[in-house]
Design a protein around this ligand. Structure first.
Ligand SMILES: [Zn+2]
Length: 330
């Protein structure tokens, strides 16, 4: 039995037909976890869809009304980049409910994993980049509303910038204050880091600079990575961003957005991490959180490997690593 809970529903499947987004990945992860005895059926909790009130903690009345009455404009539907349907709306409400449950579980057990979610390109008033509802932001605002947390930190390791997250939690004005640099020997690629102040939610995004979205609203810390960066450089930047973030801010909860798309075989990514390197990435986030006693909620975000099985492996590894780290007595 795992020392934490996995949140999953067969209804996480996104009814989008043939698409670069492998909607079947959630079901395949669930099957692999059970088949390989990484998890048992009792490790899973089934989420309920978030309520409209929960969704409205982040999204505008106008946008939610358009979604529930199917009155998005053709342009708004196109911006989503997934075919709109009532079932799709249900899947996103469910993913948000899953992240609420995962956040609550994390506060209880130290870590909680939503085997889904991570829809970090959703804005308060519109969806884009396959993301309709920002499940992680909904979970944070719900935990705050319930008085369970005061502050949170998002650690977004998807290859794409967390533009929705940055817009939702926009803090004080961006500054150009650089991160303290890591040693030149570990970093030969010219990555760039931007830093801004945050209010009650501190946002960190490590992403490929030369990739979607074209406009990247400022996160509290943005690490704009050059194309083709590999394991060692990536891990050095992540370590640096986490240390810098946690020097500036004390979160009651870390929301780790564990995208599988920094992988070298990803069709929508241009970084060059290996499966082993992505495992080390997970390990770093979990070790830092555990050492400081900060609970971590995990969500999955993107993953478009040429072989879907690689995406499934990367996501399953996140759970294997969490099991190794959080099973140890502290
Ligand atoms: Zn992505």
């Amino acid at each position: 039995m795992l020392p934490f809970k996995l949140i999953y529903s067969d209804d996480y499947y996104l009814p989008i037909g043939p698409h670069v987004f492998p909607a079947e990945k959630y079901g395949r992860i669930h099957t692999r976890l059970l088949e390989n005895k990484i998890a048992e059926p009792s490790d899973f909790l089934t989420p309920q869809p978030a309520s409209d009130q929960d969704i409205l903690l982040v999204h505008t009345h106008e946008y939610v009304h358009k979604l529930t009455t199917r009155t998005l404009s053709p342009q708004e539907e196109m911006q989503l980049e997934v075919p709109f349907s009532e079932e799709l709306v249900h899947a996103f409400w469910l993913a948000a409910g899953g992240s609420i449950l995962a956040a609550g579980s994390a506060l209880k057990d130290g870590v909680g994993v939503n085997v889904g979610g991570g829809f970090h390109h959703a804005f308060p008033d519109h969806g884009e980049g396959f993301c309709m509802i920002h499940d992680v932001a909904v979970a944070i605002r719900r935990m705050q509303k319930d008085g369970k947390i005061r502050t949170a930190m998002t650690v977004d390791c998807d290859v794409h910038h967390g533009n929705g997250t940055a817009a939702i939690f926009a803090g004080a004005k961006a500054s150009t204050q650089p991160l303290p640099s890591v040693s030149a020997s570990t970093l030969n690629a010219p990555g760039k880091a931007r830093s801004a102040k945050a209010d009650d939610v501190f946002t960190i995004s490590l992403h490929q600079a030369n990739n979607y979205p074209a406009y990247k609203p400022p996160s509290s810390i943005d690490v704009d990575l050059p194309d083709g960066i590999g394991d060692d450089d990536y891990l050095a930047w992540l370590d640096n961003a986490l240390s810098s973030g946690l020097r500036q801010f004390e979160p009651d909860l870390i929301c780790y957005i564990a995208g599988a798309d920094p992988y070298k075989e990803d069709q929508l990514g241009g970084l060059a991490l290996t499966i082993e390197g992505l495992k080390k990435r997970d390990e770093l986030v979990f070790k830092v959180a555990k050492a400081r006693g900060i609970p971590v909620m995990v969500s999955y975000a993107g993953g478009y490997a040429r072989k879907v099985e690689d995406t499934v492996t990367i996501h399953c590894n996140t759970i294997i690593v969490a099991k190794e780290i959080f099973a140890k007595l502290s």
